[in-house]
Design a protein. Sequence first.
Length: 606
Amino acid sequence: MCGIVGVVGLDDCAETLLDSLKRLEYRGYDSSGIVTQTGTTFNMTRAVGKLGALSTALRETPLQGRSGLGHTRWATHGGVSERNAHPHIADQKVAIVHNGIIENHAKLRAELEDKGHKFASETDSEVLAHLFLACFDSGMDAKKAGAHVLSQIEGTFAFSAMHVDQPDVMIVGRNASPLAIGIGDGTSFVGSDAVALAHLTRNVIYLKDNDYAVVTPEGAEVFEVGGRPVNREVVIVAASQGMVDKGGYRHFMEKEIHEQPDAVAHTLAAMTGAEGTLSTPLAREELRSIDGIVMLAAGTSHYAAMVARYWIEALARVPVSCEVASEYRYRKPVTGAYSAAVAISQSGESLDTLMAMRHAGEAGLRTVGLVNVPGSTIAREADLVMPTRAGPEIGVASTKAFTAQLTALLCFAVALAEAKGAINAKRRDEIHSLIHGLPSMIGKTLGLFDEIRPLAHSLTTARSALYLGRDVLFPVALEGALKLKELSYIHAEGFASGEMKHGPIALIEDGLPVIALLAADEVMGKAASNLQEASARGARIILVTEDRAATAVDFADEIVRVPNVDPILAPILLTVPVQILAYLTAFEKGTDVDQPRNLAKSVTVE
Ligand code: M6R
């Protein structure tokens, strides 16, 4: 989703701004722009499309200046066009960039227009530029202007603003959208997340909600709402120089699929204590006291939660409620039956998930953030953090973060079950040792690329596809369908196999691709019968299964086999061919694999 960068006090800062924007590219965007300040003028370039277009424009007309702002925009209010792209400049005096949504923008705009302000775009963001302009025109300094603007706006936002007559001063603020300030040596930086700044400085200040700051080359003064100075600590973030590198693969997604053995192994290591047994961030006593868990997540992370529900309820006999984060707080949930809330998010920034976690925390639940990005907002706000160690995930379609989430959640389920006395230490250690074998099984499964390629090619002309799974493979079917639709734009739906006969079977017509997930588990026979029902009505059955279960569906049209695996690990291993199929189908279709249309990596609006 939108990305903000800013530099204060660096000669020829445009190139640095562009570099930082490239690091935020993975978030998804549809236009971009940079503004710099020289003497008493702003110089601005904006472009629709990829950063390459902005980069070409900057090569043709380089921008001078020691301070500046950059932005990648994912359209919310107003179409994708150059005039709606950020930065926005009011009356050649104030430049701003903004992420989020100013919910009362229409009212503010009408008031400002009444006072003679002329707007140039259809965006909600432009009101910020005019609000700051009105403040400065009335004689306020940066600190007062920041306090005043924050008191006027409602919604979610991260912004950065500059006045043309105040070189080397930037005003930044946030509410619910992330914003980090990087402190360098005689230069300061601003970014939507530390990733944008990691190549520039490791000293970062994270603003809290409704904070604002006046940033100069010497550092930042932070204020709470109302203008009271407040101390926000400088934290040292990890350097991550290699993250914009595809490592020889054609796409980040392809690279990230291949990184899954490491992602799983590192996550397992993070869930293993010094003495070699499973461990979680919750002390044994805390685990024992858990009597109900609510899982909060969106998209792929929600499907990880759904898989975990099967594991936790079966192993630990603890009730789990899986909630679509964007629905949770608005349906006024009854929270009393649960003692812990697990917020699952790769980015740690999904606003829906963050808000749901806050709601659960306010209702008295212990919050646990299962996040992949250290230092993200969910990581900072959760009572406890359970990290996945998948490394930076750049492809918009989540792959290695999902299998890492599943790994952490399975470890959590097993540790919980043992702490609750539902399984003994021997069974805990058995499952732990099974998980140790997973990286190598995933490694073998990665060898399926060539076998899956012709299958993917044949799917490129499909108008629709169904994914079926039963029991713990049902959420994997949902994940498979999501991967195919988001990457290749082919309509796809996931169903619980047993549910087909209650309606969806009417969709089946001759040749409809049905991707069927099957494991040698206790529901295998029933799942095979459900596939027989689909096959009898003309479906083309593409069976994705472990080797020993393949014979149960001898009528399958095509079979993709993974190594035999304990049923408890089947959802993790069977995810891999499903990812490969979606990746190769998109590749064969020629869609934008790493940045599919209309999507953003980090969804920071509700
Ligand atoms: O960063 P998060 O895990 O919170 O993101 C949640 C979803 O936006 C994300 O999983 C999305 O569904 C992906 N595009 C799926 O591939």
